[in-house]
Write a protein of this length. Structure first.
Lengths: 226, 226
DNA sequence: CCTCATATTATGTCTAGACATAATGACGCA
DNA sequence: TGCGTCATTATGTCTAGACATAATATGAGG
């Protein structure tokens, strides 16, 4: 086993097991180098990785300490709906309801935009409603895309490189129209997912998705360390 | 500026701006070392950090490539309710409804457990319902804690070191009893947050929190890179 | 044309040493 | 006692070189 990996994993295990508690002092690089019989740079790399993953905190002169866990954070994965539905073994379909560039005055997506509305279908039943704005200044190719054939999210995935995003999740009661589109049992509670996507500080797209509460839930996980 | 940091930041900027697209080849360590006038180890460290943050992908012999963005992932922060309510400028209070160790047969939290139910209050109105199980094998000190004075989540934060967690978020319609506890406007839609927490592979606690949909939403952000 | 062995190559890891930097604690002075 | 200064110390960063490793590309043989 690599010395660096071994040091990293042994310290991570000691922290995760609770043996070393938040605030505890980690031995100095010199001590660890002597203990493991390797160069200080190797220890430094191992501790650097632990620090990058948030498990320890390093302060010059003071030393290295077991970090205090983040209050509560977790990595949420928002799956591509086509994949999610396919993974359930149901047939996926995207039904376009509306696509225009007129009258699109959306605060969350300034400038000329394309508005698209449609329904994600699973096994011929509505799974989610979607209303999306695409900034035409950022993605002019969107005008040439066929959003009747392909859901705009799927299309964008292949056309937009690295972006930043902000998701807001809330529970809402659907309007009568929304309830009608989502199907009979939808009157109850729906999960609303609002996602705004930026590239280089400018909004690329904004999407609001509405899910039937009884058919969809989001999962987020937190696993500390490397 | 540090050479390593500079290389890292310049490459990250090129990727985030879209100049270098997913799949593009990044120059070899040797080329970058020559270009920046530094040792290969320095370039290697910079690229290693970019790889750790997911922005590039490295393959032996093949080289380094701009990574394909994750389908959709984001870091969700679940704030401590006491802090969240205080940040809104409202008075926070925890009302304990029930705490017992009998009849606690919860699949998500096997073994002897402590069951706690209560309400998080903001400005004398119900903000969230909470039902929690604490595994007594893992946290025996919980028996000695005063959960009338302090919310169990807050107490646990100070007593449990590093853990893993899994959150499930869904929209639900509250039962009549729940709607009554949450207040008048609650009949509509509620956000349910189910969190299971492990340490060293064993469940430490399981909590279900129910929020009024019109009063609470979750935020998750994704920012690629270092 | 296909398959398998081999050479090449880019990353992965490590060393020993050097100098930089920042924070701490001790010391001396008022 | 209080305060400023300075030496100490642990981390931060870098270098030049070495060897390991794995995956690709190449070429030989079938």
């Amino acid at each position: 086993m690599n010395p660096a990996r071994r040091i990293r994993d042994e310290i991570a295990a000691a922290i995760r097991s609770g043996e070393w508690r938040p605030g505890d002092r980690v031995p100095t690089e010199q001590e660890l180098a002597a203990r493991y019989g390797c160069a200080r740079a190797t220890v430094s790399k191992a501790l650097g990785e632990l620090a990058a993953s948030g498990l320890v905190e390093r302060r010059r002169k003071a030393g290295t300490f077991v970090a205090h866990p983040p209050v509560h954070s977790a990595v949420m994965t928002v799956p591509d709906l086509a994949e999610l539905i396919a993974a359930r073994g149901e047939a996926y379909r995207w039904d376009l309801l509306l696509a225009d560039t007129d009258d699109v005055g959306e605060a969350s997506c300034p400038g000329p935009a394309l508005r698209i509305e449609g329904v994600h279908m699973a096994a011929d039943e509505a799974f989610a409603l979607e209303r999306r704005f695409i900034a035409l200044d950022e993605v002019p190719e969107a005008l040439g895309a066929d959003f009747a054939a392909e859901a705009p999210g799927t299309w964008l995935l292949g056309h937009i490189p690295w972006t930043q995003a902000r998701h807001v999740i809330r529970a809402v009661t659907p309007t009568r129209k929304e309830a009608g589109l989502l199907g009979a049992g939808a009157a109850a509670a729906c999960l609303e997912l609002d996602r705004t996507t930026w590239r280089a500080g400018r909004v690329v797209t904004h999407v609001r998705q509405l899910f039937r509460g009884d058919r969809f839930d989001l999962v987020a996980e937190f696993n500390a360390g490397p």
